[in-house]
Write a protein that binds this ligand. Structure first.
Ligand code: NAG
Length: 323
């Protein structure tokens, strides 16, 4: 009797211990908005039989879908889910092939509004932006404006070959950042957002709340107009004239800039004075970096999805249907 009670208690103890271990096991987000071996409870919106790598993009294009989970059910099913959620609501599963993720994290009450931590860099390569090609915005026949040589005249042929591939389609001068007030600026960026493909992020807008350097506390709302193989997850490459041409230099052809553009190939000019090397048409965007942006050097930030301000749509000419 005494012995069986002891083993009964031991058994209960082991079960409780096991449950606590499972509950405590960490989901490995790796700084992303999705992870393997995890799931969310309930709140199903709809589902689709698609491969796991398409699940996040599918959710982001589905109105009302805020988070998702994928499992091997029926050959592979993406479960789109609705309602407010944070990554903390996910639980670990024993099936490592499962995938779960969030598209829109709800306001966790923190001052950062539950956004995602990210990094910034800067560039201005003068090339036609990637979101200027047809078919880059899911569900709508729209794309980012691209301009001819002077950077003023909008090309109405979205198939025009990029100036960086021998063609005559370049970045439009006005797709540079500007200050709205001392705390807020508008602009454009290339970005990589985990769980989203190009079609689901092109022309979407994000608010970047800077968390390091002299711009800490300031915010920028940017529209995504470009992509880059060198733009990593959660990185926003801000389009700032004189910020460095980076991988491709269209500025030599468009403006006669040097083989590495203006200043350093990565990083660009290093003082406000050097902005005078840029053509007047884009110089204000270069000054912006040393005025409103206070010369910040790739500050960190927390980003969250916002509805695009009409001012940005007016400049890029691109508006998503699913906003
Ligand atoms: C956007 O452009 C339209 C058409 O030119 C104009 O009427 C509107 O005032 C502009 N809006 C903003 C916020 O710039």
């Amino acid at each position: 009797m005494g012995k069986s009670l002891a083993s009964y208690i031991l058994c209960i103890y082991l079960i409780i211990n096991y449950l606590l271990t499972v509950a405590k096991a960490n989901i490995n987000w790796n700084g992303n908005n999705w992870a393997m071996g995890c799931d969310f409870y309930r709140n199903d919106l709809c589902n689709a039989r698609i491969p796991s790598e398409q699940c996040g993009g599918h959710c982001s294009r589905t109105p009302g879908c805020t988070h998702f989970a994928w499992n091997r059910y029926n050959g592979g099913t993406c479960w789109m889910k609705r309602g407010s959620v944070t990554k903390n609501n996910a639980f670990k599963t024993s099936d490592p092939t499962m995938v779960c993720g969030v598209i829109i994290e709800s306001n966790g009450g923190g001052h950062n509004g539950g956004g995602q931590a990210g990094t910034t860099t800067r560039y201005w390569d003068c090339c036609k932006p990637s979101c200027s090609w047809p078919g880059k915005v899911s569900g709508s026949n729209t794309q980012v404006r691209t301009c001819s040589w002077g950077g003023y005249n909008v090309l109405y042929n979205p198939n025009a070959v990029s100036g960086c591939d021998g063609g005559h389609a370049f970045a439009c001068n006005n797709q540079m950042p500007w200050a709205v007030n001392d705390q807020l600026a508008y602009g454009f960026a290339a970005a990589t957002i985990p769980g989203m493909n190009e079609q689901s992020r092109c022309c979407a807008c994000y608010k970047l709340d800077f968390t390091s350097g002299p711009v800490t506390g300031k915010s920028m709302i940017v529209q995504i107009t470009n992509s880059g193989s060198d733009v990593h997850a959660n990185q926003f490459d801000l389009q700032i004239p004189g910020g460095g041409v980076g991988m491709f230099n269209g500025c030599s052809r468009q403006w006669g800039a040097g083989p590495n553009g203006w200043g350093q190939r990565y990083g660009g000019v290093s003082s406000r004075e050097e902005c005078y090397a840029l053509p007047q048409a884009i110089r204000d965007g270069c000054f912006f970096r040393f005025d409103w942006f206070k010369g910040a050097d790739n500050p960190n930030m927390v980003y969250s999805k916002v509805k695009c301000p009409q001012e940005l749509i007016n400049v890029s000419g691109c508006k998503r249907n699913d906003e």
